[in-house]
Design a protein around this ligand. Structure first.
Ligand code: HEC
Length: 164
């Protein structure tokens, strides 16, 4: 092989190598394109059916946001106690860096006794408490959509409060 043909051959090889990632990446979306129907099926099952939907609220509280991890007292095994579900609990996590604005107690949510619907929506949609101040850590600053906040409040109101 003379030098010109050899370098032409090298360039050809380099071009093939460069083309491989493109071939792979154009092949991948076809695979992904098959996925949406199942993803859609799954989400349509979970989609909010109507605002203030109690079952939807239970799902968001228990499975998605995990509110009981902080708002339910623990049993002897360190698990959230079902018999005192969402009845308020001391906070067991501490900040890595000292935080003078850290809240040590998560209030009772069962029955949603302490807040109006509007206050609950402001807490869950804007992260602002009834006192007009941002919610303190470790409570999250949520930016939920209105339907989700209403579903959560409806679920919390459906639970027996401490006095019952
Ligand atoms: C990581 C722990 C944690 C999780 C998870 C959590 N909270 Fe809280 N929550 C707190 C703490 C601590 C406070 C007390 C904040 C304060 O005193 O300022 C609080 C306060 C609240 C308040 C009262 C706010 C106020 O200003 O009085 C409401 C209502 C509330 N949480 C609802 C929820 C709901 C609903 C969820 C789930 C969607 C949730 N929380 C998840 C820890 C948590």
């Amino acid at each position: 092989m003379d030098t010109a043909r050899r370098s032409a051959f090298y360039i050809f090889c380099v071009l093939i190598l460069l083309a491989i990632p493109f071939m792979v990446s154009t092949a991948a979306p076809q695979k992904a394109a098959k996925a949406p129907p199942t993803a859609k099926q799954a989400s349509s099952k979970e989609a909010p059916s109507k605002s203030g939907d109690v079952e939807r609220g239970r799902y968001l509280v228990e499975e998605v946001a995990k509110c009981p991890e902080c708002h339910t007292p623990r049993d002897a095994n360190g698990q959230p106690d079902r018999s005192r579900w969402l009845q308020g609990s001391p906070i067991w996590i501490t900040p890595v860096h000292p935080d003078s604005n850290w809240a040590n107690y998560a209030p009772a949510l069962a029955g949603f006794p302490s807040f109006s619907d509007e206050q609950g929506e402001q807490i869950l949609e804007k992260g602002i408490g009834p006192n007009g101040l941002p919610i303190r850590a470790p409570m999250h600053i949520y930016h939920m959509n209105h339907a989700d906040a209403m579903a959560i409040i409806a679920y919390l109101r459906s639970l027996p409060g401490r006095s019952q």
